[in-house]
Design a protein around this ligand. Structure first.
Ligand code: SF4
Length: 337
């Protein structure tokens, strides 16, 4: 039993004790493990756990430079390397975010929505509010995106039929907004693919890795954590397994861990007051305007860069939010009339 695991028992926190036991077990079965470091707070805890249980020092750490990163994150990576005596390999994005946005389009609202809009734009869709069969005839190779546009997907939760998250109506008045205001700029979800996913996949191949570790928590919510059911996924093709050491940690468990092990996060949290790090000013963030105000104050060059890269998306989102408010007001007025 590792010393770190024995120490973890002192916390009396089940998520931490259980997490350490699992980390020891998963790592003991891996020969070529890779650990992704983002510089964010979850990743800080993952690194602390993994470094504590990696007695053979076989884990390789890497960080992907998406081309839109905080200065504070880069400083934090230097701090982590010194603190743990490790090397964090800096990997360049296959295509940095600014290039992706220029070439393919800007992200808007969410990954899924951006993907469907991108598909429709590729088919020169005219943003028509017509029935699905009619649209399928006009745009025959665009079925999934048209099903999203026409609200063809439903889900059942507790016996209640609801609009699925794969339907446009899940985002209130988005369809009405887009019909009235067709986007005049390219929208795409490609920056996640070229700036984040592909470089990680290439690295796994290059190192012939049998295990990839990332800092995803169930409690963080959103599509990223929803795409996993548990902390470990076995590769179907005997390739690289995936392990999420803090998957079951609540916010409370995180706090206990940070205090118990003295984990220090980056200045993005401690000085800027950001709640999350990740890509600077990503339009998917529900709190992007608040984040931009903070970025403007602490890293003004990055603020200017984000404004240039995501300008159309920010503007279109702002217009959509105003449209939502206007529709809400109108609905209320017509109910009261
Ligand atoms: S998180 Fe946002 S900015 Fe970062 S790569 Fe994905 S879409 Fe682009």
């Amino acid at each position: 039993m590792s010393k770190a695991f024995e120490t973890s028992l002192d916390t009396k926190n089940f998520a931490i004790i259980d997490g350490y036991a699992k980390a020891v077990s998963v790592l003991s079965r891996s020969y070529t493990p890779l650990c992704s470091i983002s510089g964010g707070s979850d990743s800080d805890i993952v690194l602390d756990i993994i470094h504590n249980v990696d007695e053979e020092r076989k884990v390789k750490y890497f960080w992907i430079d998406t081309g839109l990163e905080y200065r504070a994150t880069k400083e934090h990576l230097d701090y982590l390397e010194k603190k743990y005596g490790i090397e964090i390999e800096h990997i360049k994005a296959c295509k940095p975010i600014p290039t992706c946005c220029r070439e393919y389009g800007q992200p808007f609202l969410s990954k899924y929505i951006s993907e469907q809009i991108m598909r429709l734009q590729l088919h020169n869709f005219q943003w028509e509010d017509k029935p699905l069969p009619e649209l399928l005839e006009k745009y025959p190779n665009c079925k999934i995106a048209l099903q999203w546009w026409c609200n063809a997907y439903y889900s059942t939760e507790n016996g209640v039929v609801q609009m699925s998250r794969f339907s446009i109506n899940r985002n209130k008045w988005l369809k009405e907004f887009m019909v009235a205001n067709p986007p005049d700029f390219k929208i795409s979800n490609k920056c996640c693919e070229y700036a984040k996913k592909k470089p990680a996949k290439l690295l796994i191949k290059e190192h012939d890795a049998d295990l990839e570790m990332i800092g995803v928590r169930k409690a963080e919510g959103g599509i990223r954590s929803a795409s996993y059911k548990t902390c470990f996924s076995e590769s179907k093709s005997k390739g690289c397994n995936s392990y999420r050491p803090v998957f079951w940690y609540t916010d409370g468990d995180k706090k206990v861990y940070e205090d118990f092990y003295g984990v220090q996060h980056s200045r993005c949290y401690t000085e800027y007051g950001l709640k999350r790090t990740g890509c600077v000013g990503c339009p998917y963030s529900a709190k992007v305007n608040e984040e931009l105000e903070i970025i403007k104050k602490f890293e003004p060059d990055l603020y200017t860069a984000a404004q240039n890269i995501f300008r159309n998306s920010y503007e279109y989102t702002r217009k959509y939010r105003e449209f939502q408010k206007m529709m809400k007001r109108k609905t209320k007025e017509s109910k009261n009339a």
